[in-house]
Write a protein that binds this ligand. Sequence first.
Ligand SMILES: *Cc1c(COP(=O)(O)O)cnc(C)c1O
Length: 392
Amino acid sequence: MSKLDQSAVIDALKSVLPSPDARAALHEPQFSGNEWAYVKDCIDTGWVSSVGKFVDRFEQDLAAYTGTRHAIAVVNGTAALHVCLLLVGVEAGDEVLMPALTFIATANAISYCDAVPHFVDSDMATLGLDPHKLERHLESIAEMRGDACYNKQTGRRIKAAVPMHTFGHPVDLDALVEICRRYRIELIEDAAESLGSSYKGRHTGNWGRVSALSFNGNKVVTTGGGGAILTNDSELAKLAKHLTTTAKVPHKWSFAHDRVGFNYRLPNINSALGCAQLEQLPGFVESKRALAKAYAAVFENIAGVRFFSEPSFARSNYWLNVLLLDPENAMERDTLLDLSNGLGIMTRPTWTLMHRLPMFKECPRMPSLEIAEDIERRLINIPSSASLGAGR
Ligand SMILES: *Cc1c(COP(=O)(O)O)cnc(C)c1O
């Protein structure tokens, strides 16, 4: 048991700022490269909208950086998740496994398919979905009918699982891949927070059949708003492009569509921003890792709280840095949030767990979500902009 020294925590947060009275956002975008030049090129040439050279280049650069064969740029990460679910064959009435501790985008995207989220507990070592708990849960509720996995309790098919790499820290993918293979469950990685993070030496987004990225304003790189689908499957990549571009049949002048598609394509002007941001991504990740190292050092000697470090199998982008209060100090979380935000140092608790939200509270879930609930009580995100780590 160690008592929390709140002023020591505040001093530690201040120690990474450029000056003692500086303010700090949670995650600020940084435009220090070719952003102006590329966006100006779009405006000068008139190619601002749905097609253009930057869309193609952004997709190629994303695939090259992540080591996936294909990347399809879309309007945002939620749209990427929606299409990922459709690509692997999620249908109305299916169940989709996902962590209770995540951003709402996943549960929303599942709902857009008229499918049902099924909430899984988290692992304290990764903050992501716990594969071993999932395995035991499936042992008790799952039943194979032919090639498909069914939930004996609800009678619904369990079609897919969508783990998320929480705050940039990869989940234990090997274990998940094996469980999903055994139960014939399609694996989709929500890699919205983990661009720049790798698992056992390979970039996240390579383990699922398809994966989703986000380039929202607070992510590691931003296109204003944006997202992408990653896959190593050429057929799925083609289908992803088709579905996200209104399912238009390619033709010089005829306008025909062969199914209900989506207008989810990322405009050229946003892709231009993305190309410039990707050029700086390796530097951003280095800066963010240097910031995490600095935090780890200052928090090492502060009682009652610990800085969360990447799992041993991962190299993380440290998208949002994490403090975990010791269990006995959890009730001090809100005073600490008040104190830091009052000083202009932005901190926040994690997302309210999905099963507490009114639209998802009747959804199936594991009997115990105790680790997710424990993390929810104790976690604080702290300032994480790449600029705070630059030059360390
Ligand atoms: C940011 C994010 C998304 C996608 O969000 P958009 O704002 O739609 O781009 C999805 N999942 C998680 C976990 C995220 O953090």
